[in-house]
Each structure stands twice: as C-alpha cells, then as structure tokens.
Design a protein around this ligand. Sequence first.
Ligand SMILES: NC(=O)c1ccc[n+]([C@@H]2O[C@H](COP(=O)([O-])OP(=O)(O)OC[C@H]3O[C@@H](n4cnc5c(N)ncnc54)[C@H](OP(=O)(O)O)[C@@H]3O)[C@@H](O)[C@H]2O)c1
Length: 270
Amino acid sequence: MVVLITGASAGIGSALAVELAPRGAKLVLSARRLERLEELNKRLGGGHLCVRADVSRREDCEALVAQAVERFGRLDTLVCNAGFGILRKVHETTPQQADEIFRTNVFGTLDCVRAAVPHMLKQEPRPWRGQIVIVSSAVARRAIPLFGAYSATKAAQLSLAEAMRVELRPLGIAVTSVHPIGTDTEFGEAANARAGGGRVARIPGEVRQTAQQVARKIARAMEQPVPEVWPFRPSRWALVAAALAPRVVDRMLAKRVRVEGTNDADHAGA
Ligand SMILES: NC(=O)c1ccc[n+]([C@@H]2O[C@H](COP(=O)([O-])OP(=O)(O)OC[C@H]3O[C@@H](n4cnc5c(N)ncnc54)[C@H](OP(=O)(O)O)[C@@H]3O)[C@@H](O)[C@H]2O)c1
C-alpha cells in the first residue's frame, strides 16, 4: 500500500507514518522541513520517499503526487493532513493571514486531491482504487472563538469531503474526513506564533488526545474505509447536540475564552 502523507514532519502526520510503516506501507513523507522527514525516514528503517513540498503552492502539490507515482508506480491513499491554526479574532485576521490559511488548509487539500484522483482512477480496484483521507477537525462542526478563520478552513475541508464521498464512491475511491479534538502536537506553538492577543483557557479536566491515539484511528479507517473518523467519539454526539442549541453553546464558549489579555494560548479543541 502506497500512502502519501502531507504534514509528516510533526504531530499527527508523523505519528501516522510511525503507525503505518510497521504494517508494510510504502510512505511518501511530505512537508516543508525536509531534514525532519529524512530523520523520520531513518527512524522507520529507510526506503520511504521524502519530498519537500509547500501545499500552499499548487505546483508543489502537483510535483509531490507526480514524484510519488513515479517512485512507487501507484498511490493508494492520499492523506491531506498539512495545516495550521491562527489564534486571532475574525475581524483582526489580516488579509495575508486569511490568504495563507485558506491556501494551505483548503486549497492545499484541493490541489493534492486534483493531482491524485486521475492516478487513482487508473488503478485496479482492491476493492477500492484509492482512498482520500482529509484531516479536518471537530471545529468543522462548530467554530470556536479566536479560531474563526481556522474553523472556517476545517468546515470547508469537511464540505469538500462530504461532496467527494458521494461523487467518487461509484468510481471506486473512498473518502474519509477526520475530526480530532485538541491533540498534543506542535499545533499550539504554530497558532501562538500568529496570535493576535487573547487566550483560550483550558477547562480543568478537558479531554485531550495524543497524536498516536489519533493516528491509530486513522490507520484503522484505512484498513476499513468509513465516511468520518472521530478519534474521541463523544465529541461527535456532543456536536450533534450543540447544533440544536447554539445559544447555550455560545454561552459556554464565552466563559472559556478570554479575548483580552496575554498572547499565550493553550489551544482548546482545535
Ligand atoms: N493538534 C490539534 O489540536 C488538532 C485538532 C484537530 C485537527 N488538527 C489538524 O491536524 C492536522 C495536523 O496538525 P498537527 O496537530 O499535527 O500540527 P503540527 O504538529 O503543527 O503539524 C503540522 C504539519 O503540517 C505541516 N505544514 C504546515 N503548513 C504547511 C505547508 N504550507 N505545506 C506543507 N506542510 C505544511 C507541518 O510541516 P512543515 O512545517 O515542516 O511544513 C507539520 O508537519 C492539521 O490539519 C490540523 O488542523 C489538529
């Protein structure tokens, strides 16, 4: 099985590589920090392909998929995982930041998908011709304050996944979206680096997950494709209920978010 993972230099993407390598997957590890990918490849015993690519650049996405197919002759699973957050109120998000986050999280996903699907369609079904896994977030179903632009990109990824799931199924391609809650990775540092003031307080006892827990659930959905993966299952049902009571959820979120104050953020449920 040939699996291409974007954003494999850290967090969930890196943990997924660690999960898949012992199962015999041939991996295409991609991100901007090539040295990290090469280190990971070494840790996994070598033999995987490392490609430096910035998914916010269409030509990088196209070259990435082309290199994967050239090296391994096929592409079974594309994992669109590369992404980042911005800790900023919506109206204070700069045009450059909005452009950057949509370019990476949304257009990066679309450009990789567009490049990968024609190759998958040429493959024999076993039983699927291929699979697309999109790492969205729990916030795709309910935006959280101070992460408005980020939440919008995750909702956009979910919309793409939902439409593609129906469009591509008859053509033999499975589509799965993944919706983690707050996960301990480098995500918080990256979001803080772009912070515009304010702080998302952690709720005492708040559930968080490790990248390994999320990766394990994604790996399972590759063995047996499912429409959506909710690595922390109760969040799925909580968000269904939240959709029925937006005012209550607004109040709960208002309590947990202090919009004035320090620049440091414990990202919550991103
Ligand atoms: N951590 C959470 O709480 C959480 C919750 C829900 C969903 N998620 C989603 O999970 C995914 C992975 O995030 P993570 O938590 O693992 O964060 P992370 O530890 O910061 O890893 C992010 C990865 O994305 C890559 N990346 C960022 N911008 C990129 C670009 N323009 N081109 C190529 N690669 C890029 C980074 O690599 P380079 O910097 O080397 O390029 C890195 O490998 C993201 O889509 C995030 O939205 C995270």
